[in-house]
Ligand binder design. Structure first.
Ligand code: NAI
Ligand code: AKG
Length: 528
């Protein structure tokens, strides 16, 4: 039974799939502090949060069973991503579900700051009829600067065009072609600062975006500009903004987010008559909350049930078209890693993976992670998973080389894995045979045809008459039934290998008897 903890208010309707799933029990406990979470988190396989719960390293250290943290929303700045990756915890978000709501909230804020709606409301309800103090501006013909042309920024641009605004967008990924297609101008932060009547930010909070609008940018701005932040507190320097308002550069500001949430009572925005604020309401609509909760619970279920998932934040995004192509190779990749590691004696210094044939044109990063998981799991067991396999390999000083080649040795697809150690290297190659499933087709220089499943005895021996018979007899006498046998040799009478699939594990004594046989160099048991 998987246990899921929901630690922030998340739509019940949205997480109905989790309530309905067999083998899943959902516990809702909101408002817990770090210590309270640490006490209970070891019971849970999955944690669902919005933005209130701060998922710290300490919490993750206590979360011995935790496989996935689901963020019902976009920003994951309340989750320690490095800690999650190191501990192999998958972090997923719901990037699409609240785009429209946040875009609409941005517009609500833009119009409110253009027309002084909150200020007018505040005075009117006290009984004062003041029509002079709140003369606003139109959006029509104004320049809107949008910093961050992702999902929300793009939707804001679309709507701003309907208001006949002229738009300048800045985003490191905004090309001239895309800008043209969107009907906007591509500019820099400074262009926006100099030309815009309204500026809105829609980036995540990162090292680059922290205080990207601060004193130097305010000094460039047109008098009377209005600033909106419905993205993350900290993108705009709050103190520099208040100074710019008080200096008469900025007319007013509308903020949904704060550097620290909730803001301290003495925060300069609160009670400033030119700054209007909302308590991080961008995504707070019935629709958005249902959407993100549905998306995140589907993904959490997929992860718990070992099914493909797409919105992992601490793993590269893989489009479903690519995932569908790679999926059939996952089992083969992991088994190749496991098989070869069990054959390798010394500590691994380099992992080389080569993809060819049908796999040469696909982004194989997810498959590489699985192969590396297969390699490391032999030593690290459940400590390693697809999220942390690359990271663990790197922290252990293992070099990873990924290549593509056109040489398929006659197969339509081929994965070749080589593990390099101080004393040499070992290679395995596998393919997915149409109608037959995964096969190991090469071990070192020996061509083989093995279904990667079961208990194997890998024997290195001298190719001498009678050697095979001796091995068969010895195993038979010790009640080890041979299911399949593959023999490979380079030259007649030279080094050879024999790979046996057996019905039960040979005991230590049997393995010793095998290696005591004169023709046998080594006998290694491999379990897949
Ligand atoms: N107020 C609220 O309730 C909500 C706030 N948000 C915030 O809005 C932000 C944007 O959300 P989406 O549009 O869905 O994300 P997105 O990932 O689609 O877009 C973010 C854009 O910011 C751009 N960017 C990153 N660094 C930049 C830089 N230094 N300069 C300029 N652009 C940069 C990226 O290239 C990307 O295009 C999120 O990061 C989240 O923090 C999102 C949803 C609700
Ligand atoms: O859960 C919320 O309401 C916050 C939404 C948000 O900021 C986000 O999705 O990044």
């Amino acid at each position: 039974m998987f246990k899921v903890l929901v630690s922030d208010p998340i739509s019940d309707l949205g997480i109905q799939k989790l309530f309905d799933a067999n083998d899943v029990s959902v516990v809702k406990e909101t408002g817990l502090n770090e210590d309270e979470l640490i006490k209970i988190i070891s019971d849970f396989d999955a944690l669902l949060v919005r933005s209130q719960t701060k998922v710290t390293r300490k919490i993750m250290e206590a979360a011995t069973k935790l496989k996935v943290i689901g963020r019902a929303g976009v920003g994951v700045d309340n989750i320690d991503l490095d800690a999650a990756t190191q501990r192999g915890i998958i972090v997923i978000n719901a990037p699409d579900g609240n785009t429209i709501s946040t875009c609409e909230h941005t517009f609500a804020m833009m119009m409110a700051v253009a027309r002084n709606i909150p200020q007018g409301y505040k005075k009117t309800i006290t009984g004062e009829w003041d029509r002079k103090s709140f003369v606003g501006v139109e959006l029509n013909n104004k320049v809107l600067g949008i910093i961050g042309m992702g999902r929300i920024g793009t939707e804001v641009a679309e709507r701003a065009k309907a208001f006949n605004m002229k738009i300048i967008g800045f985003d490191p990924f905004l090309t001239e072609e895309r800008a043209e297609k969107l009907g906007i101008e591509k500019g820099s932060v400074n262009d926006i600062a100099q030309k815009a009547d309204f500026i809105t930010v829609h980036t995540p909070l990162t090292k680059e975006t922290r205080h990207m609008i601060a004193k130097p940018q305010f000094e460039l701005m047109k008098k009377g500009v209005r600033i909106i932040n419905c993205a993350r507190g900290g993108i705009i320097d709050e103190y520099a903004l208040v100074e710019a308002i008080d200096q008469g550069i900025v007319f007013g500001a509308a903020f949904d987010v704060f550097e620290s949430e909730p803001p301290q009572k003495d925060h300069p925005f609160l009670n400033h008559d030119k700054v209007i604020v909302t308590p991080h309401l961008g995504a707070s609509t019935q629709e958005a909350q249902e959407n993100v909760a549905i998306d995140v619970s589907e993904e959490v279920l997929n992860i718990l049930l070992n099914k493909p998932f797409k919105n992992a934040v601490n793993m590269p995004h893989v489009p479903s078209s690519v995932l569908n192509k790679l999926q059939p190779y996952f089992e083969l990749g992991e088994k190749l890693g496991s098989f070869l590691t069990q054959l390798t004696k010394d500590s691994i210094e380099e992992i080389h993976i080569n993809f060819s044939g049908e796999l040469a044109d696909v982004d194989t990063a997810p498959l590489s992670r699985i192969i590396i998981k297969g390699v490391l799991a032999h030593y690290l067991d459940s400590e390693v998973n697809v999220v942390n396999s690359m990271h663990l390999a790197e922290t252990k000083g293992v070099k990873i080389v990924r290549q593509r080649s056109s040489s398929t040795k006659g197969f339509t697809n081929l994965i070749t894995l080589t593990l390099k150690t101080k004393s040499g290297e070992k290679t395995i190659a596998g393919t997915l045979l149409n109608g037959y499933g995964p096969r190991i087709v090469q071990i070192d220089q020996y061509p083989v045809d093995i279904s990667p499943e079961g208990i194997f005895i890998y024997i290195s021996h001298q190719d001498k008459p009678g050697a095979i018979g001796k091995i068969g007899t010895l195993l038979g006498q010790n009640d080890v039934n041979i299911a399949t046998m593959q023999v490979g040799r380079k030259i007649i009478g030279g080094d050879a290998v024999m790979i046996l699939t057996v019905d039960k594990q040979p005991s230590k004594t049997v393995r010793k008897l095998l290696t005591d046989t004169s023709e046998i160099v080594s006998a290694k048991e491999i379990i897949l």
